[in-house]
Design a protein. Structure first.
Lengths: 198, 172
């Protein structure tokens, strides 16, 4: 839509995004959207939303996938390198520094006690994250009816059981969850089309 | 415990990222693979997750901290490369999606996968809690942080700082 921005500006925008994004996730996505759509006008809001939908299908970290896709759309392969490098290099350097400092102070009793508080806190944040991931999927299921909600919950509980009691390898559990979800949705789509044929 | 071999370590990081989505979707697989080899401890996972929350960048960068704790700077570089490669598949997907994305099996599969990830994730979370018998102080901190996070009013850094202070008061 607009012409390609200069490389220094393009790189600087991504470095800024990488350094501002504390706590990750939704906040970072919002920052990227604001920068790319509102401030720099590199793409329209619709285009951004479409790209974000594509990203849901990609493996790995969503925020890296959207960065790759935007970099590609705006400036091709060098765009990917500049966007990813800008977003990641400063953050990676800081993460390594903090980890290294941490290793040298972790033996202090006060740090150990603080950590005994921080570890359960990350578990609490993990619970919140699970909730945030579960809710959109469940609300889609709710629109489809009770059976779909039951199937969704069964997949979550089934994966918990497979891990906790059956001690299945994680990959097997995940693949089976994907295949069962695919079969269920395909089956219900076929039933729907048969119902509308008769 | 076998000594850490960097190529296998890289492959484990890559595999976990390849078969998961989101910043922490790779946690269950990494947890399984690194713990069974004796290359990482529960403690390292918990610490890496905490450091990942404290530092800037996507949440997924916790893996870089884990890489450092497991195998030093080389470990963190291996982890960084491993998490960058799988998202590149988004380029192929954006092309393929125009052909198969609407198929109900594909949509259902993605949904089933994300639900199974949540199930496994919940079990892994419960294992990060200290001890065989849950400590009431730890359970209380986890629940309070969960409830405060639900309000979405308090920045994560503040929540973690409060938890650290609670730890110093309760556990010393």
């Amino acid at each position: 839509m607009t012409e390609r921005p200069s490389w220094t500006r393009f790189f600087r925008v991504w470095v800024g995004l990488g350094l501002q994004s504390f706590g990750g996730g939704t906040a970072t996505l919002y920052l990227i959207q604001r920068a790319v759509v509102d401030q720099q006008r590199w793409m329209s809001a619709e285009e951004f939303a479409h790209n974000w939908a594509m990203v849901q299908l990609a493996p790995g970290i969503n925020l890296l996938a959207i960065t790759i896709l935007i970099g590609w759309k705006i400036a091709g392969a060098p765009g990917i390198v500049a966007a990813l490098g800008g977003l990641l290099l400063p953050s990676i350097a800081i993460t390594i520094l903090v980890s290294a400092t941490y290793a040298s102070v972790s033996a202090l009793p006060i740090v150990e006690a603080a950590l005994q508080g921080v570890i359960p806190a990350t578990v609490g944040l993990g619970l919140f994250l699970s909730y945030r991931l579960l809710m959109p999927t469940l609300s889609v299921s709710r629109r489809e009816g009770r059976v779909s909600v039951a199937v969704s919950l069964a997949l979550v509980v089934g994966a918990m059981g497979a891990t906790f009691w059956l001690k299945w390898p994680v990959l097997l559990t995940l693949l089976l969850g994907g295949v069962l979800g695919g079969i269920y949705q395909w089956g219900s789509a076929l039933r729907l089309s048969e119902a509308s044929d008769t | 415990m076998t000594p850490i071999d960097p190529i296998t370590l890289f492959w484990l990081f890559l595999k976990a990222s390849l078969f998961s989505t989101g910043g922490t979707g790779n946690l269950p697989l990494l947890y399984q693979d690194l713990l069974t080899r004796g290359w990482a401890t529960d403690q390292m996972f918990a610490e890496a997750l905490a450091i990942g929350q404290l530092t800037p960048g996507p949440t997924g960068l916790w893996v870089i901290s884990l890489g450092y704790l497991v195998y030093g700077v080389v470990g963190s570089v291996l982890a960084a490369v491993a998490i960058t490669l799988p998202p590149l598949l988004v380029l192929a997907i954006s092309v393929a999606h125009q052909h198969i994305g609407g198929h109900p099996f594909v949509r259902g599969m993605i949904r089933g996968l994300s639900l199974a990830v949540i199930g496994v994730f919940l079990i892994v979370l419960s294992r990060l809690m200290p001890g065989p018998i849950p400590d009431w102080r730890a359970v209380a901190i986890a629940l309070i942080v969960f409830l405060l996070a639900l309000t979405q009013r308090i920045p994560v850094v503040v929540l973690l700082a409060m938890a650290a202070i609670a730890g110093i008061v309760l556990f010393r």
